[in-house]
Each structure stands twice: as C-alpha cells, then as structure tokens.
Design a protein around this ligand. Structure first.
Ligand SMILES: *[C@@H]1O[C@H](CO)[C@@H](O)[C@H](O)[C@H]1NC(C)=O
Ligand SMILES: *[C@@H]1O[C@H](CO)[C@@H](O)[C@H](O)[C@H]1NC(C)=O
Length: 404
C-alpha cells in the first residue's frame, strides 16, 4: 500500500508536469537574460556638452599616482576643461608625500592648465606619512591600537586632505561666487564623455552621482564606500552587485541606481551644499567610537551628512565606468553590452542564492552593539552614518596604511 501512491505520484510528476515546468523555467530565464542584455546594449547618445554651461569645481587628492597621471589623467583633465570651457572651471589639486614623481607630473599639468587659462590651485607638499605620524599623538584622529601604541587613524587624515581640496571652493562661495557642481576625480582612466554623462545623471538632479570603478574587472573596486538603497554592502562584487531590489532593478534597466552611498572613481555633487549655511565637509567617525574597532569611510559619511541625500538621492550611473588602469577601462567598454549573456545569467542566480542563503544581520548586530555602547558612554554621542560602518580599524603607516 505505501508504495503504490508514491509510485503514481512520481509517474504524474515526472513526464507530464516536470518537463513543461523545466521548459517554462528555461524559457523564463532566457527571456529575462535577453531582455536585460538588450537594455545593456542600447547605444548611448553622445553628449556634446552640458546645457546651459555650468561652473564646475574639480577636486582631487594624489599620492604616488605618477604613472596614471602621465599616461591618462593629465590629458583627460585638459580635454575635459576644453569642453567645459576653461572659464567655467576651477581646478583644485592636492598632492602630498609621494615618493614617485607625481609632483613633476602635476607641475606639467599646471603648465598646461596655465596655457588654457584655467583658474586653479595645485599644491604639492613634502609632508610624508612619516611626518604625519610624528605629529602630536594627543591630537584628534589618533587612537590607541592593539599593537600598544597611539597611531594616526587613516580616515580622519584623508578627511582632512579632502577638506583641504575644497578650501578654495568654500572661500569662493563665501565671496558670493557660484558653482553648480563639484567633480571629484580619483586617479582613474576616464574620458570627457564619461564626465558629461555623469554630470547629466538624472538630468543633473542628484545629491551625488558616481561612476562604477574597476581595478580588476569584472570586480568593482571601492567596496568601502558603496552601500545599496537599503544601506547594505554589496552581496557580490560583480554584476548585479546589490542586495536591495531597488538598486538591483535599476542595474538591470541600466538606469541610474539609487544607493545610500557611493564613491566609485568619479563623483559629482551640487557645489552650494559645501558653503554656508550647510558647510558640508568630510569627516571620520569620532575617535571614541573608533575605539570599538569601528570605522566608516569619509566618502560614505559625507552622504550620510548631506541634507540633500534624502531629497535628491544618491546614484550610481552604470553607464559611466572608469578604471584604475588602461586594461580595466577597456575591458569594461566592449562593443555592445558591457555584461555578457553568460555573466547576466550567472550574475542573476548567484545574486539570488546569496540573498537567500546569506544575511547581513551578524555584521549589523556587531555595529549596532558598538554604537549603542558608545552612545551610552557620553551624552551627545550620536552617529547618523550607521550604514557606513564596518568592523575595522585603519591606521597610517610609512608606506601606506594598515588594518589593525
Ligand atoms: C594654493 O592654496 C594654498 C592653500 O590655501 C595656498 O597656500 C597657496 O598660496 C595657493 N597657491 C596659489 C598659487 O594660489
Ligand atoms: C573638515 O572641514 C571642516 C570645515 O572646514 C572642519 O571644521 C573640520 O575640522 C575638517 N575635518 C577634518 C577631519 O579635518
């Protein structure tokens, strides 16, 4: 008796139902993959320039970038300024402590921008990491580490440099000058088209627009600053990246991707927010919170602090992809779709399985506990960039930085 029903069930399920189901499943997959591939393949209209002419403040910080400066970056900046109009641009560049010839490369650029008639401030400084590490250990931005010494935190140091690169913007805004956007450029390979597309993201309506950045494609690079629409880290480092459905669906449509934070390669933000009364600026989490082995990127916290993030939104523009080297740029710009049919199929399923079988809740629990314990330490302890935080401690060392 017990055998008969299961036998008959199997007989019904197998050929009559299972085969059509399988065919339907394969068909749905094929349709979805082709549909997405088609969206990713649509040719992009080339943009002549942004209308009306806008004033752009270009900011960048540099450390040991000579190779990319000489091979790509300087030329890209000169070409960009040509299209934006030299009179519509202010270029602010800050270099410090490189031991390659970044300084000379930037002096070359200075000379070329001079010939273009661009307002600018290009500051090269001899202050090395070692010099920074020998300063007052009791100042802000220092932390007692498990190695038994007071060490200089990397993030407040970077925040200071980034603030410094905005110094002239703030001064000009205070004098009543206006700029439309601040364009932050990392040491990446990019084209004028990339920047124009980025500036025009969402018709120019955004609190921030970022490119996607690649050092070793297909993996994207800056995981520290990218948070999806729901505030979570990526669920995978390749397409379609995100846990949040909102972010993922935009990725599939190849349209601007709503995120909580991004800083991947090149970034555009409205300029006015950096002046009074908002005076938005870069910062790290406080030293007393960092003691709990918690860190957050200055490039994520800035979006948490920006009052425009909630109203205008922060976006990744997947049509703008930049590289930390030539091959990375080239391989993310093939003819047609930049993600292959196969990568789309694998990406969709890998993403599903990872969402189904992993959860960010342990990481979230660690962060929430650390922030709660810290907030009880002292009245006024509050961190609104909770989604930026990770379980790390980063300090400066002579030849770079380290996790401790
Ligand atoms: C650039 O900015 C720095 C810091 O504000 C200032 O000391 C320097 O004089 C400026 N250089 C030029 C050429 O304006
Ligand atoms: C960043 O800039 C703001 C405003 O200029 C300043 O108050 C703040 O101390 C700076 N932060 C760091 C870490 O240098």
């Amino acid at each position: 008796m017990p055998i008969a029903p299961s036998y008959s069930v199997r007989r019904i399920v197998r050929p009559r139902v299972a085969r059509p189901l399988l065919i339907l499943f394969l068909l749905l997959n094929a349709v979805q993959v082709l549909y997405i591939h088609n969206a990713l393949s649509r040719p992009e209209p080339s943009i002549e320039t942004i209308q009306p002419p806008q004033r752009i403040y270009i900011a960048s910080i540099h450390w040991n970038n000579e190779a990319i400066l000489r091979e790509y970056w300087n030329d890209a900046v000169v070409a960009l300024v040509d299209v934006l109009g030299p009179r519509n641009v202010f270029v602010s560049i800050l270099e410090s402590g490189s031991w390659d010839n970044s300084k000379d490369a930037l002096r070359d650029l200075d000379y070329r921008l001079e010939k273009q008639g661009v307002l600018r401030n290009i500051t090269v400084s001899d202050t090395t990491h070692k010099d920074e590490m020998e300063k007052n250990h009791n100042a802000q931005g220092w932390i007692q580490t498990a190695r038994g010494q007071k060490e200089l935190r990397r993030i407040p140091y970077l925040a200071r440099l980034r603030n410094e690169s905005l110094r002239h913007l703030v001064q000009l805004l205070e004098k009543g000058e206006t700029f439309d956007k601040v364009l932050f450029l990392n040491d990446v390979v990019f084209t004028t088209q990339d920047v124009l597309k980025l500036l025009n993201t969402n018709n120019g309506e955004y609190a921030a627009a970022c490119s996607l950045d690649y050092a070793r494609p297909p993996h994207y690079y800056d995981t520290f600053a990218l948070r999806d629409h729901d505030g979570y880290e990526h669920v995978m480092q390749t397409w379609p990246y995100f846990r949040s459905g909102t972010s993922r669906n935009a990725m599939k449509r190849h349209s601007p991707v709503p995120v909580s934070s991004c800083w991947n390669g090149i970034v555009s933000m409205p300029a006015a927010v950096f002046g009074p009364p908002t005076n938005l600026h870069f910062r790290g989490v406080s030293d007393s919170l960092a003691k709990y082995h918690v860190e957050g990127s200055e490039c994520c916290l800035i979006h948490a602090d920006n009052p425009l993030s909630a109203s205008l939104g922060v976006y990744i523009n997947p049509r703008v992809r930049v590289g930390y080297n030539g091959p990375a740029y080239d391989s993310t710009h093939p003819k047609g779709s930049w993600v292959s049919l196969w990568q789309i199929l694998i990406g969709l399923w890998q993403n599903r399985f990872r969402r189904w079988f992993t959860t960010p809740s342990l990481k979230e629990l660690f962060k929430k506990r650390a922030v709660r314990r810290w907030s009880l330490e002292e009245r006024g302890n509050h961190e609104n960039g909770g989604f930026c935080l990770i379980n790390e401690m980063q300090v400066l060392v002579e030849n770079g930085w380290a996790h401790v």
